[in-house]
Design a protein around this ligand. Structure first.
Ligand code: YCP
Ligand code: CO
Length: 283
């Protein structure tokens, strides 16, 4: 399913605020380190196959039907949002995601899954519970914002990344749903698929200036195996604010690596690209 706006939920701000406060008592997992430049990507499972604990999707048998986890019991309003707006029988996973001052490496998901698993988590839906101007999303060469209350399909087979370039605590619900005969059956609220990323959600980014590009490429003079993720983080952050042209992040990293004249850096960049975009080898 291509990335698009599905609809908007009227959130009860007071009840939501209570639940968001309660999320501070939940133990978030901090998985997918290798995708993160900055503070951890924090994830709490709210629904899983069987309702048990675990931090990453691959720890569950997706053929079991999904149930609410113990953590989700602390969040009565969010549970209600899920129950009242979605046909829960199609849900495989629901995660609560918190991100602050951090950018994710542009990547593709599902690359490690079998065809069977893919059909059980065929569609990824985002619900925005809390966000800000500094919280953005990227797909291919576009950067956009999902606004509070909005519900989106995200095509995670396309290269994508999330970024909060400031102090906002961005909180989303991520709902993975199985392939259903008619997509309309998933939703119990008024919805209208936008067909693509609406113009109003796209971020207007000025073109990257020549001097900035030179400065970024000059990171080749200091890049090493210890700071590579910070260099990558700088390049990604710049991508969220400036338009550097097609495939900016990875083509810039490859160029920085080449200019570094360091074979280890060239290999690290290419390994990281392969792991995040082409094949995920569990270590
Ligand atoms: C996921 N993709 O969609 C992960 C989250 C980054 C990579 C972290 O489950
Ligand atoms: Co992803």
């Amino acid at each position: 399913m291509r990335t698009q706006l599905i609809g908007k939920l009227d959130l009860d701000r007071t009840r939501l605020a209570q639940d968001l406060e309660a999320t501070f008592d939940i133990n978030f997992a901090e998985p997918y380190d290798e995708f993160v430049c900055g503070r951890p990507w924090k994830s709490a499972m709210l629904m899983t196959p069987g309702g048990g604990e675990g931090s990453v999707l691959s720890q569950f048998d997706p053929s079991a039907s999904a149930d609410f986890t113990a953590d989700s019991q602390h969040l009565p309003y969010i549970q209600e949002l899920i129950r009242e707006h979605f046909a829960t029988e199609h849900i495989t996973f629901v995660r609560l995601i918190a991100l602050t001052n951090s950018v994710l490496v542009p990547h593709c998901d599902y690359v490690e899954l079998s065809e069977d698993d893919k059909s059980r988590i065929a569609h990824r839906v985002h619900i925005v519970l809390s966000t800000g101007e500094d919280a953005m999303f990227n797909e291919s060469d576009s950067v956009y914002r999902m606004k509070e209350g909005e519900v989106w399909f995200i095509d995670v087979t396309k290269p994508h990344s999330a970024g909060v370039v400031g102090e906002t605590r961005r909180v989303h619900l991520l709902i993975d749903v199985a392939d259903v005969a008619d997509i309309k059956n998933l939703f119990k609220f008024d919805h209208e698929l936008s067909g693509g990323i609406p113009e109003a959600n796209l971020c207007d980014r000025p073109e990257l200036a020549d001097g900035e590009r030179e400065g970024i490429l000059a990171l080749s003079r200091i890049i090493d195996e210890e700071n590579i993720m910070q260099v990558l983080g700088l390049v990604i952050k710049k991508h969220y604010r400036k338009d550097g042209g097609p495939n900016f992040v990875w083509s810039t990293m490859q160029e920085i690596a080449r200019l570094s004249d360091d074979e280890r850096i060239v290999k690290k960049v290419s390994d990281l690209y392969r792991h995040t975009n082409l094949e995920r080898i569990e270590k």
